[in-house]
Design a protein around this ligand. Structure first.
Ligand SMILES: C[S@@+](CC[C@H](N)C(=O)[O-])C[C@H]1O[C@@H](n2cnc3c(N)ncnc32)[C@H](O)[C@@H]1O
Length: 263
């Protein structure tokens, strides 16, 4: 292979925000279940471009709300959006709260953190009694959208590019394993799934959606010609598996896992 693959790019806040409304819906659903009437201190873990942080500010106007993320581009957008909030650059693989926090809110981030159950346990252990940890993660690795990425990575002319074999996200462990791990630390652990059916403007919109998230590790492992061909093949497969409805729209089935643990 003569052209080296591109380094893993930073997250792209603009690409992520193309579907802000749909992506923020589970964020709202998670926050609606947080059992805290008031909060003095809330930290938005993996705050992204500040869409989830903004919901925390609205729900707890009296609280100090801090956003944490490892992406410079996401933090730049978040600071622009919420100039009064504090945003910190940190890696959740190693971060623990340094002061008493009432709410640790983590929407769509822990699926990206290696050994995420242990990382979650560590931050839960840092909560005071009564503190709440609330998280949501996509549970969609068995959906056609993700199975197709993995299959195409293995069977195209690009299959030998280094890094491609590790690009797929692992399946989430079963709900029982989270319960067994966190319950000894918590008075209450609630877990549920919601399956969304997002209305998308055709199959190409589904590809655009995942360019802002799950496709990133695949595309980052490829050089430009391979990434173009991979995307063309993926778009054709998505069109076969996500047919257009009578009104021209396409439904993106999207299961998500939710957990709220109260210390
Ligand atoms: C899918 S976005 C979620 C954004 C927002 N919370 C929301 O509700 O839409 C995931 C975010 O997690 C961040 N992230 C991924 N791995 C991380 C890590 N190890 N530590 C901190 N942030 C991380 C990414 O930079 C990205 O901004």
């Amino acid at each position: 292979m003569s052209v080296p693959p591109r380094p893993l790019d930073d997250w792209n806040a603009d690409q992520y925000l193309k579907f802000e409304d749909e992506r923020t819906r589970p964020t709202r659903d998670l926050l609606a279940q947080v059992p805290l009437r008031k909060a003095r201190m809330a930290v938005d873990l993996g705050c992204g471009p500040g869409n989830s942080t903004e919901l925390l500010v609205d729900r707890y106007p009296e609280a100090t709300v801090v956003g944490l993320d490892s992406s410079k581009d996401m933090l730049r957008q978040a600071r622009k959006r919420l100039p009064r909030c504090v945003f910190i650059e940190a890696d959740l693989a190693a971060w623990t709260p340094q002061e008493p926090v009432d709410l640790l809110f983590a929407n769509a981030v822990f699926q990206w953190v290696p050994d995420h159950q242990m990382a979650m346990k560590r931050v839960i252990e840092g909560l005071p009694q009564g503190g709440v940890f609330a998280a949501q993660m996509p549970d969609n690795t068995r959906e056609p959208s993700h199975v197709l990425m993995e299959q195409l990575a293995n069977r195209g002319w690009w299959a030998n590019y280094p890094g491609l074999a590790e690009a797929a996200r692992a399946d989430l462990p079963g709900p029982e394993s989270y319960y067994d791990l966190f319950k000894p630390l918590c008075q209450r652990v609630e877990i549920w799934h919601t399956i969304y059916n997002h209305v998308m403007a055709g199959p190409k919109a589904i590809v655009e959606w995942f360019k802002g998230s799950a496709l990133r590790p695949f595309l980052s492992a490829l050089d430009a010609p391979a990434a173009d061909d991979f995307l063309k093949a993926y778009t054709a497969e998505i069109a076969r598996h996500y047919p257009v409805r009578a009104d021209g729209q396409t439904l993106l089935r999207f299961p998500r896992f939710f957990i709220i643990a109260t210390r």
